[in-house]
Design a binder for this molecule. Sequence first.
Ligand code: C2O
Ligand code: CU
Ligand code: CU
Length: 580
Amino acid sequence: MLKPLHKTAFLAIAMLLSGLSSQAQYNTLWIPETLSGTTFNLALRDTFAQIVPTGQQTITAGINGKFWGPTLIFNQGDTVHMNVQNYLNDSTTIHWHGFHLPAVMDGGPHQVIPPGTNWQPYWKVTNNAATYWYHPHLHEMSVQQITKGLGGFIIVRDPIESALALPRTYGVDDIPLALTDRDFNTSNQFVDVPYGDSLLTNGVLHAQYSLPAQVVRLRILNAAIERSYNIGFSDNRNFSIITSDGGLLNAPVSLNRYLLHAGERIEILVDFAGQSGQSFDLKAFNSTLGGFIAGGESFPNGPFANYLGHADFALLHINVTAQTASPITSIPTTLTNNVLLNSASANITRKVTISDSTGVTSVPVLGPNAFVLNHRLFTIDHIDYQVPLNNTEIWEITSSSAFGHPFHIHDVEFNILSVNGLAPVAAQAGWKDVVFIPGKTGNTSTVVKFIAKFDDYSDITHPFMFHCHIALHEDEGMMGQFVVSDTAATTDVNAIKETGADFSIFPNPADSRLFVAMQSNDAKPYYIRITNVLGQTMYMLPQPDLSNGIDISRLKNGMYFLQLTSDPYKKSITKSFIKE
Ligand code: C2O
Ligand code: CU
Ligand code: CU
């Protein structure tokens, strides 16, 4: 962790050497490239980037680039196929945050992609138009792998959003902003800390960007390890929030501050009409945050000390320029008509607790700052809940922690029912996948309730996660898991003969495509894993569609093993084949 004395000296020297005006200290905001269509190729690599303008490059990890990754554009209704190639030196996972999809495609801690492996999940996009993201989720490695830069935006489009007169020219009047902060050591390398001294916007220090003098849309993601950002503008102007995490709000909500926690997204509209030539800052007004909100604390020293704690700082310097040819000039008054879940329809209320780790005896060695769910630390083999397929559930989170935690659940988007008995604020009265659980008040625990429907995807073997989205807390074990089970389907298992799990491979040897046929129509491939003779995984194919065979053109010539796990048995059989 960089200590204040050193950082001050570094900045002073840098300014002395550069001798530049304050205007010139800004760096142009980087806008990630976009990928669209239905097949998305993502190559994860260890690399380096010139993040600090002078001196050494920083060792980073990037997806198709040097830091962060491309913005994926999905259309609701499409089936998207992901081709995730792990060229990193480490195992990782890639989680599609906010998406409703089969657990085996979700990219949580169970879908480990070993180095050299190609993982090919796919799913039908049913999520609403909004801003989502993807990021690594390897247990106990999230802080490290997110710090290195792995992640990216996902934009979903749907007919309702497309019919609205909203800015959607990417990089011009529709701007993705991933907010995070980092520490750099004396040789410009990242240090894995919960709170960095330097704010990065899309991986850029002191970012500035030109925006046209009209209504502009900012898609803001809190991609931080821990910090919340209390978002506003330097002139205290109002902006209109149009989405919560998982979709449009019924109507824009006009505010001049919005507190965005780790993992959360909002899209805002801001009107720069008539302001060409002027400059403003998008800022985090974190000096107003209390000490029990991430980023509101001011630790003078120790592992949590940082320059941005309990301070106001710029997120983006905005220079307003001329209008574009066909500008959006007004903010719609209504957006959609959300049909939210009704608490009367709930089958069950699940009670989850958040508490300090004190008294949790099953814990090995923990720092004093660890927090736990349901009085236990996460272990990868413990399933907290079995949720019946199609259940509508109220999740009631009771927190005795003094600190606030952004609680996230996989598989579903939910509706907040209440926060300490009060209805959610207007900007959160839509679809969400992260809810902030404020710290207790005096000795009174916080109670937050949300409602969600667990439909479409059941899988008794692959769980979904729920956890605190502060990556440090998650890595320390503030996570649990549930499976969605289809009780009707599991009764059928015994009726099917075990031989149904057998299959044949052809041609063998094969050159570019390998075909696999199940011996019985009752069995379906659930998972295929192809390994080389050294046992290294080359391909991971969840629930593969085998009608066009498997593309094995990437493999070098030689012998390989194909392990097929079939549904409904989850029985695995391995056969060898030759690639020539
Ligand atoms: Cu964004 Cu389980 O994570
Ligand atoms: Cu998630
Ligand atoms: Cu937490």
